[in-house]
Ligand binder design. Structure first.
Ligand code: AMP
Ligand code: MG
Length: 493
């Protein structure tokens, strides 16, 4: 007879190597999360845990609740709050992790490095007037939408776990407190460079730039001018990222420079949401009164943020300030073309165009204009086109839509590939399921108001396979009914 009662709990698999904690102390403050009263693990991403080299069985129960609450610090972690600055809606501010703690950098079995970060883990020296905490609803919202972006193939931070804290957070009302554990290739932001530049010590910027090159852009180290090469590489990743957002109708909602990650991941899911009917002016955020971060303005804003990044690099790019400005300006001006190339390549894929013709951009724009005029659902229009015939829905019956459809059919016939190849390509690039706003709200309401996570888990299941048609009767592919109130989102405080 064997007994397991004396067996130690299985090893959780933490494998930390904390490179950021080896940077000069100017970049962070070392401190532990503030413990919480009665942590309970309510969501746990076993697949992600496995990918990170963690042992889900060791973390599913009490151990996970304690660790993901910040009550127990795993061996090898070196918790810290990062210092950064940022332009928020265009205005410069000193910020820093006011309610987040980076636990450390987990090295995966494949040798990749990911920050493990808690969000809502208590006050830090950067909290200003905030309480350092987060409410359950917004943390679950980040979980759902970040995992949806990941499944869509878009670079993003990911969500590993959510715990409730057993403490209330005071917002307009008292809400249930929670902590999200997220992973990121890093948390180096445009705002991290702005912070270093604002301190006025050129050595800090060089240290940070060298670190960023080593961690994310090792190929640029050998360039004649590695800092100019860094700028170009960051620019290309942002252009690609924002193009991918536009191609699925995603609106980040708060593209402040502190929310732009240099490695090109989507970061900081606050007021973000997906657009239903196509309209480039779509804004969901309740605080974005002037539409600064509207769907169609995202490329311009990315370029504006990159200019703020470039300014911090000027002393490294060239000794001669004027020369540095002209080199940086030229690099940034390449954004428009680079973005357009990524976007058009993605749009060709969405329309099943497997080769290139000079008029393809115009063909896409004509479709978008049509969709705008008729209030066509962005996601479902593209998905429906893969049927190969003029879909039933009433918008497709409009004369301008019919005309466009003929033009597109003619364009398809001019390429050597068979329709079947186009159709497959379209179905792999046009999601059937996105996190529809009303579905996300329903999942959050069930979880927050009734502690019922089944709605969220069901939704997560469909979101994890966005290119599969969901069962028709469940309606996960449908936009909100026309009777729904206009959707509003809030910053995740
Ligand atoms: P965000 O809009 O989430 O990117 O946050 C902007 C800044 O406000 C960051 O420096 C956050 O750390 C800080 N912040 C947001 N919410 C809180 C809070 N409840 N307590 C302290 N700081 C916060
Ligand atoms: Mg932020």
């Amino acid at each position: 007879m064997t007994t397991h009662s004396m067996q130690e709990s299985p090893d959780a698999g933490w494998q930390f190597d904390n490179s950021y904690a080896r940077l000069p102390e100017a970049f962070y403050v070392r401190l532990n999360p503030v413990p919480v009263r009665t942590p309970q693990l309510v969501v746990f991403n076993e697949a992600l845990a496995g990918f990170l080299g963690l042992n889900p069985d060791a973390l599913k129960g009490e151990e996970g609740a304690a660790v993901f609450a910040g009550n127990r610090i795993p061996e090898g972690a070196e918790p810290l709050a990062q210092a950064y600055a940022g332009h928020q809606f265009g205005f410069f501010t000193m910020l820093g992790d006011g309610r987040a703690i980076v636990l450390g950098e987990q090295i995966t079995p494949q040798g990749e490095r990911f920050d493990i970060q808690y969000k809502g883990s208590g006050k830090t020296p950067f909290s200003r007037n905030g309480d350092g905490r987060a409410a359950l609803g917004p943390m679950l919202r980040e979980y759902i939408i970040s995992e949806a972006l990941h499944a869509l193939g878009i670079p993003t931070t990911r969500s590993l776990a959510v715990v409730t804290t057993g403490e209330q957070v005071l917002r307009e009302t008292a809400l249930e407190g929670a902590i999200l554990t997220r992973t990121a290739a890093s948390h180096i932001r445009v705002g991290t460079f702005e912070y270093a530049a604002a301190r006025g010590n050129p050595d800090d910027i060089r240290t940070l730039a060298d670190y960023t090159i080593r961690r994310h852009f090792p190929d640029q180290a050998a360039a004649g001018n590695p800092y100019l090469a860094l700028l170009g590489a960051v620019m290309a990743r942002q252009a690609s990222l924002v193009a991918r957002w536009l191609l699925v109708g995603f609106i980040h909602g708060v593209m402040n420079t502190d929310n732009m990650s240099l490695c090109g991941e989507t970061i900081d899911y606050g007021p973000c949401a997906f657009m239903d009917a196509y309209d480039p002016d779509t804004v969901f955020s309740s605080i974005d009164h002037h539409g600064r971060y509207a769907y169609g303005r995202q490329p311009q804003i990315a370029q504006w943020n990159l200019a703020r990044f470039a300014e911090t690099l000027l002393p490294l790019i060239d000794e001669d300030p004027q020369e540095a400005v002209s080199m940086a300006t030229e690099a940034i001006s390449g954004f428009t073309d680079t973005f357009r190339r990524y976007w058009l390549a993605g749009m060709r894929a969405k329309l099943g165009l497997l080769n290139q013709e000079a008029d393809d951009g115009a063909l896409v724009e004509e479709l978008l204009d049509c969709m705008h005029r008729h209030g066509a659902d962005f996601t479902n229009t593209f998905r429906a086109l893969a049927s190969g015939f003029l879909p039933e829905a009433s918008v497709f019956r409009a004369p301008d839509f019919k005309q466009w459809f003929e033009r597109w059919q003619a364009r398809l016939k001019r390429q050597p590939d068979a329709w079947e190849a186009s159709r497959r390509h379209m179905n792999a690039h046009n999601p059937a399921v996105i996190p529809r706003n009303h579905r996300v709200e329903a999942a959050l309401a069930a979880a927050v108001e009734r502690a019922d996570f089944t709605v969220m888990n069901k939704l997560l299941g469909f979101l994890s396979q966005p290119y599969q048609d969901p069962p028709e009767q469940d309606g996960y592919h449908l936009p909100a009914p026309p009777s729904a109130q206009p959707y509003r989102t809030f910053c995740g405080t």
